[in-house]
Design a protein around this ligand. Structure first.
Ligand code: PXP
Length: 238
């Protein structure tokens, strides 16, 4: 299976917002990422719109209707934005106030499951593929399948923060088992969060993952190498 690469361009908008300016434009970043080998452009529309704005998502979806992967929360705001912008696919993620970045997979409380079920149904009616960001835990994968998700994105945050080789191996094993179970449940498997040019290799070796979503490492490297080289280098690793 060829591993696809989704390049998250949120932090191009972070730089723009540092000066509340109009550049660098995420639209330019999206075009360059796709021209340099990315299969998808990923954007996380947060409720506070601290980096990517809804207008960015709308413009990206108009320009690249089949290549925009939107991350948003299970909320009225996220749902409305997704249904209005109509990206190719949506990954529903947890969003906690004050967090620097997403800290883990969805917490499937009964109330969250009820809300997710409705949101997934609405997104499917608009022919939008739905992914759920999950921890690599069997019970959560079963819930994702039951709720009707098409894809699970396995959260690699814990693996990417492993302090020792032994810890990394244990977490990789969890990701491997989760990828196997997800496929058995009929789900497509993505992975992402905290991946970089070093730790991505072991995850890429896990069978069954079809797409990796990577942002911070690529945008950080692009400051020194340029975005085309940073994207090409990551794509070549997969
Ligand atoms: N996948 C999901 C669901 C995310 O929320 C994020 C961060 O927005 C990423 C992948 C990319 O993480 P990173 O920027 O650490 O590569």
């Amino acid at each position: 299976m060829t591993l696809k690469l989704g390049v998250n361009i949120d932090h191009v908008a972070t730089l723009r917002q540092a000066r509340r300016a109009s550049r660098p434009d995420p639209l330019d970043a999206g075009a360059i990422a796709l021209a340099s080998g990315a299969d998808f452009v990923v954007v996380h529309l947060r409720k506070d719109q601290r980096h990517i704005h809804q207008k960015d998502v709308a413009n990206l979806c108009k320009l690249f209707p089949k290549q925009i992967h939107l991350e948003c929360a299970c909320s009225d705001f996220g749902e409305k934005a997704a249904l209005t912008c109509k990206p190719h696919s949506v990954c529903i993620v947890p969003e906690l106030p004050g967090e620097v970045t997403t800290t883990g997979g969805l917490n499937f409380t009964p109330a969250v499951q009820k809300r997710l079920f409705k949101m997934i149904e609405k997104l499917h009616k608009k022919h939008i593929l739905v992914s759920l960001f999950v921890n690599p835990v069997a019970a959560d994968l079963r819930i994702a399948a039951k709720l009707g998700a098409d894809v699970v994105e396995l959260c690699t945050a814990a693996y990417s923060q492993a302090k020792t080789q032994k810890q990394a191996q244990k977490l990789l094993q969890e990701l491997t088992l989760a990828a196997l179970l997800a496929q058995e449940l009929g789900l497509k498997v993505h992975a992402g969060h905290g991946l970089d040019y070093h730790n991505v290799l072991a995850v890429a070796d896990i069978g069954g993952i079809s797409c990796m979503n990577i942002g911070f490492a690529i945008i950080a490297r692009s400051l020194f190498t340029g975005l085309p080289a940073a994207v090409e280098e990551m794509k070549n690793l997969l």
